[in-house]
Write a protein that binds this ligand. Sequence first.
Ligand code: PEP
Ligand code: MG
Length: 555
Amino acid sequence: MVLEGKSVFGGIAVGRLSVYHKKDNQVKRMKVTDTDAETARFMTAKEQAKEQLATFYEKALKEIGEVNAMIFEVHQMMLDDPDYIESITNMIATQEVNAEFAVATTGDNFSQMFAAMDDDYMRERAADVKDISNRVISILQGATHGGMTGDEPVILLADDLAPSETVQLDKSKVLSFVTRHGSTNSHTAILARTMNIPALIGVDFPEVAEPAGSAAVGDSQPVTLDGAFGIVDGYTGRLYVNPDEATLASYQAKKEEDEQKKRLLQELKGKENITLDGRKINIYANIGGVADVANALANDAGGIGLFRSEFLYLESEDYPTEEAQFSAYKAVAENMAGKKVIIRTLDIGADKQVGYFGLEKEENPAMGYRAIRICLDRKDIFKTQLRAIYRASYYGTISIMFPMIISVSEVKQIKQIIAEVKAELTEAGIPYKDCEIGVMIETPAAVMISDLLAKEVDFFSIGTNDLTQYTLAIDRQNPKLDSIYDAHHEAVLRMLQMVVDNGHKEGCWVGICGELGADLTLTEQFLRMGFDELSVSPSMILKVRDKVRNADLSK
Ligand code: PEP
Ligand code: MG
């Protein structure tokens, strides 16, 4: 049986299902004569409930952090809400009913009232007021709480889980949460993310499962979900109950793959990018904006090898101001805390069109008015960007590189403009640091004159995406040509070697920032070629590190 729901956290869980049994607070209306004593009984239970919540808060603080633990403080405050208390005590006094009944009725009324409100926050409180009321009723009834039994870790199925229920769970026994109700930001979803385990919501599971007929359980009698074998696919939002062997095997393999990724993260974070025979290489991250920095750092990037600055232009309605650019570059530099940040200057045109630039339609945009060609033509735009970069350089370690270079004269013009920008900043008393200057090698022309370019700059970063398209004369945008767009083509590989050799002869370091840099089948070859740096998408950093650490160039 396969049940569909919505995933709120990815991952695969394989194990027995356990249906969470809530303590059923069956409340009967009873007549009381001593209403004062009944009111006192309620007040005592309420205080006990607050004490319980205070211990839950402490436990949650350690397990899931302050922000998520706050809910228990909110619950304590709700229990002291004068309207809530008054409703209960009035009902006891005027209707002469037992405290359990007054609490249950008030809980229901308040919950319905919150649920009908036109405000997301208040609607969420509907479940909370039910939860606090159930807690007080349980105490009044002297009841114990529902939960899981057994030692084996399980996939936990529940209608929904209140914070006070999740906090009492033994987290080491939960492989995944699956709930009928709940929202993406429900407490259970947040908890699953914190615990790093898959979770599904909106799964309409039945109380009694269909005939199993599966090897996993081994009989064909109807079985209850409780104790059945299950798989949670947190990527597709599916719950498999008593899966067949083939499904189980394929999920075991996926899980293994996931675990390997997690292991890589655990084991390789903080480790050097060094081969078995001692050769080191820098592994940096490619980013499109400030928001990607967190991901780069989480994956242990040694620096930013390609900051595609054109996204700042693509995301705005008009030319981004010097101030807006400065604050973005500064934020990246500061967040990288002294690690190298290589900003690539504006690379628009071709596949990246920006309306307000008013660029004319071209027959061959990939070979047209783009990147550095625009910048050298429209110096005002270029100077604004360079001023922003130099101002930000003061706050970290920034390098600058230029896209689509085909000649030494372009580099000389760039250097002239940089000199003007620096002179203006000095004149205005604005602090800046000297930045390393590099060129992207993404045209065959740049490869062939890399010996000359190397005399002008500090580093080369090879843009293999464009270099492959221009070398093989294959439009990288044309899906029909995907099968012959061969980045392993001998022509491309020979070019890479040529660039490394020419760069090194003049003391330039050389890296790759195109997609090929993350091709794990070539990592060892890149090391042998002598590359100093590979800049890849954040999620590939540790995989490349793993390859590097297992390579032995002495063999
Ligand atoms: C490249 O061409 O390889 C590159 C890194 O630049 P982009 O993909 O942004 O053109
Ligand atoms: Mg490119």
